[in-house]
Design a protein around this ligand. Structure first.
Ligand SMILES: [Zn+2]
Ligand SMILES: [Zn+2]
Length: 388
């Protein structure tokens, strides 16, 4: 394996870094010059391009540095479709930074039903209605389980029911369609196309993680292919789903080596080994998958990123794979075109206003009846309102 200067790896963004964590941020010859950082809200998506942004890159222990799992795909079709894969805790705070239309985020693909991949679904369904999604509901594609109560439809129906108070509280000012949360459940065990619209095909394939009922996804658009593993151990269905074309970007989950997990989480190495080997992929395991698939650009995801740990991950992976690899963190952005794949970090405002998008129709506000008991409970404000 050729040596790589790992000391040249950029620092994580939370430690002051401004570049994607890789020594090979560009594969191919870019069709245009990209600024060093992706300026959210200021760079148009080109026709025929895919822009993939990691909204959440970390573990279930959500932190300000790393949200839980979520990947956004912006499609350069006439509709400028947004497809989001998983919605872990904190991921929508990163979406907000991108200043994309709120009402366009209505298609969610779930890899599996662990809470760190689904927690922001309540935020998307309930709170995004208040931030601009006034005219449409949310559709959630996801796998069946080994029995119905472990499936996506059961999960989504439960969230819709649990949100009754939230929904009822805003029924007077939002369109009826915005209260729809619809599951599109499919058989987890078969590799199959689960979405085909506006030039985009999404294919699901089974992965090996925790229980039956976890999947990964392949996204095809205009000759470009992006594959996302979800949470998994190294598995053949993913490799087979990558066959038939060059994969432009393969995002594979990766946990640090067991000794690093044990040290960082203060747990015995035996327990760290079980977590890693029963449900996840080591750096060299990810390297083996990359070597089988040979994507133009490979990326590691669902990794706790630290200045000291990241070089150890590359060291382990480089024992088996020499191609271009990015260690993703929150807001790592990939511009995927026929000519090149480019990895950068996004620069976002910490307090952006929502961009509502263009609704099909602006719903009429109908003031709701107020509960009788409010009349006695409200503090009269006539005196302060009369002040100049
Ligand atoms: Zn999981
Ligand atoms: Zn996970």
């Amino acid at each position: 394996m050729p040596a790589e200067d790992r000391s040249a790896l950029p620092m994580p963004a939370f430690a002051g870094g401004t570049r994607a964590i890789t020594t090979s941020p560009v594969v191919g010859t870019p069709p245009r010059e990209y600024p060093e950082m992706f300026a959210a809200g200021g760079e148009a998506l080109e026709d025929g391009e895919l822009r993939v942004t990691v909204l959440g890159s970390g573990n279930p222990w959500v932190t300000r540095a790393q949200s839980c799992g979520s990947i956004l795909v912006e499609v350069g079709n006439p509709q400028r479709d947004l497809l989001v894969f998983d919605l872990g805790s904190g991921s929508l705070a990163n979406f907000a930074g991108l200043q994309l239309p709120v009402n366009a985020l209505d298609k969610v693909f779930i890899t599996h039903l662990h809470a760190d991949h689904t927690s922001d679904l309540i935020t998307l369904f309930g709170s995004y209605r208040k931030s601009g999604r006034v005219d449409r509901g949310v559709r959630v594609w996801g796998p069946s389980g080994s029995e119905p109560r472990f499936g996506t439809a059961h999960f989504v129906d439960g969230i819709r029911e649990a949100c009754r108070w939230d929904s009822e509280s805003t029924r007077s000012i939002h369109g009826e369609e915005s209260f729809e949360l619809v599951a599109e459940e499919f058989d987890f065990s078969r590799t199959q196309a689960v979405y085909d619209a506006n030039g985009v095909t999404v294919t699901a394939f089974p992965v090996i993680h925790a229980l039956s009922g976890a999947v990964g996804y392949r996204i095809d658009f205009d000759g470009l292919t992006v594959v996302h593993s979800g949470d998994t151990r190294p598995g053949w269905p993913l490799v087979r789903a990558c066959e038939g074309t060059t994969v432009d970007l393969l995002i594979h989950e990766c946990f640090p080596p067991a000794e690093v997990i044990a040290a960082s989480m203060d747990m015995p190495i035996e327990r760290a080994s079980v977590i890693l080997n029963q449900a996840h992929t080591s750096p060299r395991g990810a390297g083996k998958v990359f070597d089988l698939v040979r994507p133009r650009m490979a990326a590691l995801w669902h990794t706790v990123v630290t200045p000291a740990g990241t070089p150890l991950i590359f060291e382990d992976l480089r024992k088996v794979y020499a191609g271009p690899v990015v260690q993703t963190q929150d807001l790592t952005v990939f511009n995927v075109t026929a000519e090149a794949v480019v990895a950068r970090q996004a620069q976002v405002e910490p307090q952006p206003r929502p961009v509502p998008g263009t609704p099909k129709a602006q719903p009429e506000a109908r003031p709701p009846a107020q509960p009788d008991w409010w009349a006695d409970a409200l503090i009269p404000l006539d005196d302060v309102l009369a002040l100049p």
